[in-house]
Each structure stands twice: as structure tokens, then as C-alpha cells.
Design a protein around this ligand. Structure first.
Ligand SMILES: NC(=O)c1ccc[n+]([C@@H]2O[C@H](COP(=O)([O-])OP(=O)(O)OC[C@H]3O[C@@H](n4cnc5c(N)ncnc54)[C@H](O)[C@@H]3O)[C@@H](O)[C@H]2O)c1
Length: 146
């Protein structure tokens, strides 16, 4: 990942786990990072511990909710004036842990809504596309859920 210095990257689900690791990696390379995560406690804790607070913005965001995504994008633009890339990392990582007979339809829909629709929704958001267009040579969207 060369050439990212001074860019602005949104990391969904970046308050903990793999997403937090990605955010740390980017911050170490002088990237400004917007953490879009629904876990407020973990997000605020991460923001408080970060040694580059000027480069980190936590925004409470639910990737299954289009209005929440729009608010996150607006907050990112307000703080950093641009968005260069999106890491679609937010997800529920346990679909394989329960046998099908113990998986409720509601749980299944929550997993699909987060891991698939959530990733689509963030990338698809018109505001996001308008934000990316014309500001970087090539759209940069990294998918964790595949
Ligand atoms: N851990 C693994 O072995 C593994 C393997 C394959 C894929 N993945 C994928 O990698 C990603 C990260 O996994 P992890 O192990 O770090 O998981 P994790 O549970 O540690 O972290 C996931 C983060 O996503 C956030 N999140 C969940 N739903 C959200 C929503 N609706 N809106 C915003 N944020 C939301 C959580 O609050 C959490 O901070 C997931 O998408 C997961 O499916 C993980």
C-alpha cells in the first residue's frame, strides 16, 4: 500500500479486531482515518488511546442504515475535506459457527444485511460516489467480506 500518505480512508468496523489493525497500519503511514463503527464504546476508547488524534475520527455508524452512512460521510468531509478510499471491513464474523438449525432467520438476515448489503450500501451511496469522483484517479474500495 504505497502512496497512501496524506490520504483519507474510511474503515468500517474499525473500532476493533481486524479493522482496528487496518486503521493502525494506515495511521502509521500518515493516512487520516475515519472509523465508521456502531460500537461507540470501542470507538471512543480507540480514539482516546490513539497517538495521532489529529488523524483519527470516530463516527458512530451502522452500515446497514443508509442515513447513518450519509451522516458518516458528511462528518468525514467536514473534518478532512475529502475521502480517497473505503475499506469495507464491518461485518459479523460468525456465520459458520452455528449449525443451520440453530441459526434463526433474523440472525441470518442480520449477517447478510451487515456483511453484504452494508458493504454495498456504503460503496453505492451517492454522496460517497460523488465524493470520490474527480478527487482521485481511480476509486479505491477494499472489500473484506468475500
Ligand atoms: N476473524 C476472522 O477470522 C475473519 C475471517 C474472514 C472474514 N472476516 C471478516 O473480517 C471483518 C472483521 O472481522 P473481525 O474478526 O475483526 O470482527 P470483529 O467482530 O472483531 O470486528 C467487527 C467490527 O465491525 C463492527 N460492526 C459490526 N456490525 C456493524 C454495523 N452494522 N455497522 C458498523 N459496524 C459494525 C463491530 O462493532 C466491530 O467493531 C468482518 O467483516 C468479518 O466478517 C473475519
Amino acid at each position: 500500500m504505497q502512496g497512501l500518505a496524506e490520504q483519507v480512508v474510511i474503515v468500517t468496523g474499525g473500532a476493533q479486531g481486524i479493522g482496528r489493525g487496518i486503521a493502525s497500519y494506515l495511521l502509521d503511514r500518515n493516512v487520516s482515518v475515519v472509523i465508521a463503527d456502531k460500537d461507540v464504546e470501542a470507538g471512543q476508547e480507540w480514539a482516546a488511546e490513539c497517538n495521532k488524534p489529529e488523524r483519527l475520527l470516530f463516527v458512530e455508524t451502522d452500515v446497514t442504515d443508509e442515513s447513518s452512512i450519509k451522516s458518516c460521510i458528511a462528518a468525514a468531509i467536514n473534518r478532512f475535506q475529502r475521502i480517497n478510499a473505503l475499506v469495507n471491513n464491518a461485518g459479523i464474523a460468525d456465520p459458520g459457527r452455528s449449525p443451520i438449525e440453530e441459526t434463526s432467520l433474523a440472525r441470518w438476515q442480520q449477517i447478510i444485511g451487515t456483511n453484504l448489503t452494508g458493504s454495498f450500501l456504503f460503496a453505492w451511496s451517492l454522496e460517497f460516489r460523488n465524493t470520490m469522483r474527480g478527487r482521485c484517479k481511480k476509486n479505491q474500495i477494499i472489500e473484506k467480506n468475500y
